[in-house]
Design a protein around this ligand. Structure first.
Ligand SMILES: Cc1ncc(COP(=O)(O)O)c(C=O)c1O
Length: 407
C-alpha cells in the first residue's frame, strides 16, 4: 500500500487522545482535518494583513486582494478550469448548488421543464430543486440506484427526454460509489441538457478535471479538502455565468449603482456580494497547494487501497452489512451490524477514541431505498493508516459483544 503516513505530522489534531485512547478520525466525509500549512496561512492573514479586498488603496488591502485572487487561480488550476474568473467563492457546496438553482434555473427553466437527479443525492442536491419546483412547476426525475449502489443508466436516454438540467453527485457520501460523470454529461449534452456535478466528495479525494468531464457547473466545499470551513466553490463556464443574473445583491458585485437601478460587475465579482470569506479562501488556496504536494493521484491510490482493506476486514465481522458494492468507489464506507443501532455503534466507538458518523448522512431518500433509517459510516483520508482499521474492527466486535452477539 502506498505509504502517506509521513503527512500525519502536519495534522496536530490527530496527535491527541480521546477518552484516554489515541484519536482515530474516520469522519472525513463530514469534514477533513487541517494541516499546519493551512492553519498557518489563515493565522498569518489575521496577524499580518487582515484587510478588506478590492477596496482599499493601502498596502494591506492590496496584499489581501493579491492573496485572495491568487487563491482563485490556485483553485482554477486544481480543477483544470480554463479561466480563474470562472471560479466563484461561495460558503460551501450547498450554497454553490443553491446559487445555480436561484439564478440559472430561475431564469432559464419554465413550467413543464424537467431536472434529472439521482436517488443517491445529498439533501443539498435535492432540496434546492424542491424549492424551485414549488415556484415553477418543473418536473423532477431520478436515475435509480441498483442494489449494488450504482446508478442504473439503462434508461438514461428516455429519462433525459425534455430534461434541461442534470444534477448528479460525483461520488456518493453514503455508498462511496464514484459515478461515471463523463458518460452522463455526454448523454445529457446530446439531449440538450446542462450538467451540474456535486463534487463535494470527489475534489478532496481524486484528480478532477472539469474540462475532461465537460460539465457546465461543478460544486465543492473547502472544508472537506483540508481547507477552512466557510468557503466553497462553484465553477461554471464563463459564458453561462455571464448569462446568469446575480444571486445576492450588495457591495462588490456592482459596476455602478443609481437610486433606482444598478449595473453589475463582470464575473467573478458579480456573484460575490459583500465582504467575501477572505481568510477562508486564502486558506483554501493553501489547502490546494498542500494537496497538490501530496499528489491527488497518490491520494486516490491510497484511499482505494485502504478502502479495499477496510471493506475486507469489516466483512470478517459476522452480521455486518456494507451498503454499496461498486468496484469504482472511494473510501466512504457505510455499514450496519445486525442487532446494534448505528448510534450505539458510534457511541461505543467514541468510548475507544474512534470518530465515525451515524445517521442518515443527509441522504434520507437513499436510506429509504435501502430500507434503513440510518447507517454507521467510516470514511478515510490520505492520513489514515491500516493499523487504524484493525482497531476499528476490534472496537466493532466489542460493540457486538456488548449487545449480546458473539463474533
Ligand atoms: C455529496 C455531498 N454533497 C453535498 C454536501 C454538502 O456539503 P456542505 O455541507 O459543505 O455544503 C455533502 C456534505 O457532506 C456531500 O457529501
Amino acid at each position: 500500500m502506498i505509504d502517506l503516513s509521513r503527512y500525519r505530522k502536519d495534522f496536530p489534531i490527530l496527535n491527541q487522545t480521546v477518552k484516554g485512547r489515541p484519536l482515530i478520525y474516520l469522519d472525513n466525509a463530514a469534514t477533513a482535518q487541517k494541516p499546519l500549512q493551512v492553519i498557518g496561512t489563515v493565522d498569518q492573514y489575521y496577524r499580518e494583513y487582515n484587510s478588506n479586498v478590492h477596496r482599499g488603496l493601502h498596502t494591506l488591502s492590496e496584499r489581501a486582494t493579491r492573496a485572495y485572487e491568487k487563491a482563485r487561480e490556485k483553485v482554477a488550476r486544481f480543477i483544470h478550469a480554463p479561466r480563474s474568473e470562472e471560479v466563484i467563492f461561495t460558503r460551501n457546496t450547498t450554497e454553490s448548488i443553491n446559487l445555480v438553482a436561484y439564478t440559472w434555473a430561475r431564469k432559464f427553466l419554465k413550467a413543464g421543464d424537467a431536472i434529472l437527479l439521482t436517488e443517491m443525492e445529498h439533501h443539498s442536491n435535492l432540496v434546492p430543486w424542491h424549492l424551485l419546483r414549488e415556484e415553477k412547476s418543473i418536473e423532477l426525475r431520478f436515475i435509480p440506484v441498483t442494489p449494488r449502489g450504482e446508478l442504473d443508466l439503462q434508461h438514461l436516454k428516455q429519462l433525459l427526454d425534455g430534461v434541461r438540467l442534470v444534477s448528479v453527485t460525483h461520488m456518493s457520501n453514503v455508498l462511496g460509489t464514484i459515478n461515471p460523470v463523463e458518460v452522463i454529461t455526454e448523454e445529457a449534452h446530446a439531449a440538450g441538457a446542462k450538467v451540474l456535478i456535486d463534487g463535494a466528495q470527489a475534489v478532496p479525494h481524486m484528480p478532477v478535471n472539469v474540462q475532461d468531464i465537460d460539465c457546465d457547473f461543478y460544486a465543492f466545499s473547502g472544508h472537506k479538502m483540508c481547507g477552512p470551513t466557510g468557503v466553497g466553490v462553484l465553477w461554471a463556464r464563463a459564458e453561462i455565468l455571464r448569462d446568469m443574473p446575480p444571486f445576492l445583491g450588495g457591495g462588490e458585485m456592482i459596476h455602478e449603482v443609481h437610486l433606482n437601478h444598478s449595473d453589475y460587475a463582470d464575473i467573478p465579482n458579480k456573484f460575490e456580494a459583500g465582504t467575501p470569506n477572505i481568510a477562508q479562501a486564502i486558506g483554501l488556496g493553501a489547502a490546494v497547494d498542500y494537496l497538490s504536494r501530496v499528489g491527488m493521484e497518490n491520494i486516490l491510490q491510497h484511499e482505494q487501497e485502504i478502502g479495499a482493506l477496510a471493506i475486507e476486514k469489516l466483512k470478517s465481522i459476522k452480521g455486518l452489512r456494507i451498503f454499496g458494492e461498486s468496484e469504482k468507489r472511494g473510501a466512504a464506507i457505510s455499514f450496519e451490524i445486525e442487532g446494534v443501532h448505528p448510534h450505539d455503534i458510534a457511541t461505543i466507538l467514541d468510548e475507544q477514541g474512534i470518530a465515525i458518523r451515524a445517521g442518515h448522512h443527509c441522504a434520507q431518500p437513499l436510506m429509504r431505498k435501502f430500507n434503513v433509517q440510518s447507517t454507521a459510516r467510516a470514511s478515510f483520508y490520505f492520513y489514515n493508516v491500516p493499523e487504524e482499521i484493525d482497531i476499528l474492527v476490534d472496537a466493532l466486535k466489542t460493540a457486538k459483544r456488548l449487545f449480546g452477539y458473539v463474533t
